[in-house]
Design a protein around this ligand. Structure first.
Ligand code: HEC
Ligand code: HEC
Length: 251
């Protein structure tokens, strides 16, 4: 439906002679940003039919601090962070630390430059074209350009709380989540029966992961988790949801 609208809209602009072609070309399709973000999260779950990678990512050997092995080492988020800040963010210390850079500066690059980086232009080992097709690389580049925000001023690194948020407003938005996660956020358990992980657990332990999943959805989930944009939620709404979710049951 949206595609029809875009095509119709473009035809209309041509007829009306508006010089807005460039502006339209700049604004990304929200679903492409969300798909790219899910690829950033765990690409082999985001693309149906893609196989999980085997062995460690080739760049992994250039660090020794993060002891993860195998498929985890292929997730963009494992090297660049849920906060997109790499060594300068939440993964600057602790078991996930790698010393690898973030991707916030990538927002200043063109989609072509970003796709080239994902095909190994800067570092041959950083070539994902053997495991991801061109459409997937385009979604990733679209996400890198338009999805990441600098969370440093928004979520406090130490307290893990949103700097400015209204839990009451978050409670209202949570109705949209409760349909799947339950009013207490504990209907779906992402962990194990003995060591459950609920919405409240993720919100408290990793607010950066929380904002990424809530803004863009969870790759390969059944049923598919909608992205915030599909639910009409803004970044501030997501921060409000974070504040509220941190009050929910966590074990
Ligand atoms: C194993 C670790 C690792 C993984 C996995 C990884 N990267 Fe990287 N990435 C790096 C390192 C290290 C650099 C910096 C130098 C280089 O290119 O090797 C980098 C550089 C980048 C840059 C350039 C940043 C800049 O400002 O110049 C972008 C963009 C990027 N990666 C995106 C991604 C995306 C998207 C994925 C997932 C498909 C991904 N990376 C997966 C380690 C990784
Ligand atoms: C249509 C159903 C649906 C809706 C609506 C939904 N989710 Fe989800 N969500 C899921 C499913 C399914 C998963 C994956 C569960 C799993 O991995 O076991 C998930 C995963 C998550 C996770 C990540 C768990 C992890 O692995 O770290 C968080 C956080 C989350 N949801 C929060 C929310 C919030 C907040 C909302 C409301 C804005 C929401 N969800 C709306 C279905 C939904």
């Amino acid at each position: 439906m949206r595609r029809d609208w875009v095509v119709g809209g473009c035809a209309w602009l041509l007829v009306a002679g508006f010089p807005l072609g460039a502006a339209l070309a700049q604004s990304p399709a929200p679903e492409s940003v969300a798909t790219g973000a899910q690829l950033y999260d765990k690409w082999w779950k985001a693309v149906p039919g893609t196989k999980a990678p085997v062995g460690d990512h080739p760049v992994w050997a250039s660090q020794t601090t993060n002891k993860a092995k195998g498929e985890a080492t292929w997730r963009c988020k494992e090297c660049h962070g849920w906060d997109y800040r790499g060594k300068d963010g939440a993964y600057g210390s602790g078991s996930h630390a790698t010393g690898f850079p973030g991707v916030l500066a990538a927002r200043g690059k063109s989609l072509d430059e970003l796709k080239a980086i994902l095909k190994g232009s800067a570092d041959r080992r950083h070539d994902f074209s053997s495991v991801l097709n061109d459409a997937a690389l385009t979604h990733l580049a679209t996400f890198l350009k338009h999805g990441p925000v600098d969370l440093k001023p928004l979520i406090d690194l130490k307290t893990k709380k949103a700097v400015k948020a209204e839990a009451d407003a978050g409670k209202k938005s949570f109705d949209a989540c409760a349909a799947c996660h339950g009013a207490d956020g504990a209907t779906l358990n992402f962990g194990k029966p003995a060591k459950p992980e609920y919405v409240g657990t993720v919100a408290r332990a990793n607010p950066w992961e929380f904002q990424h999943k809530v803004r863009f959805g969870h790759p390969g989930s059944d049923p598919p988790m909608p992205a915030a944009a599909e639910l009409g939620l803004s970044l501030q709404d997501v921060l409000d949801l974070l504040a509220y979710s941190q009050t929910l049951r966590d074990k």
